[in-house]
Write a protein that binds this ligand. Structure first.
Ligand SMILES: [Zn+2]
Length: 71
């Protein structure tokens, strides 16, 4: 009886680990910490440099903030 309890708890733990792993996004999809960050000149939002809009020497988070100009 105790043996079956142990077997079921091991199976349950294994299933729980699988569910938790599936819920989490794979670590290789997370942006690397070394990725260059830029700061919006209008609102100060930090965003990846790849997603930033450049206007001269300034960086903006969106087209709307680029048109609004630096604060
Ligand atoms: Zn902004």
């Amino acid at each position: 009886m105790l043996k079956w309890l142990l077997v079921f708890s091991v199976i349950g733990f294994g299933l729980w680990v699988l569910v938790v792993r599936n819920r989490r996004s794979p670590p290789d999809q997370a942006p690397p910490k070394s990725r260059a960050m830029a700061e919006c000149a209008h609102c100060g939002l930090h965003l990846p440099a790849d997603d930033a809009l450049l206007s001269g020497t300034r960086v903006f988070c969106s087209e709307a903030h680029r048109l609004a100009g630096p604060r």
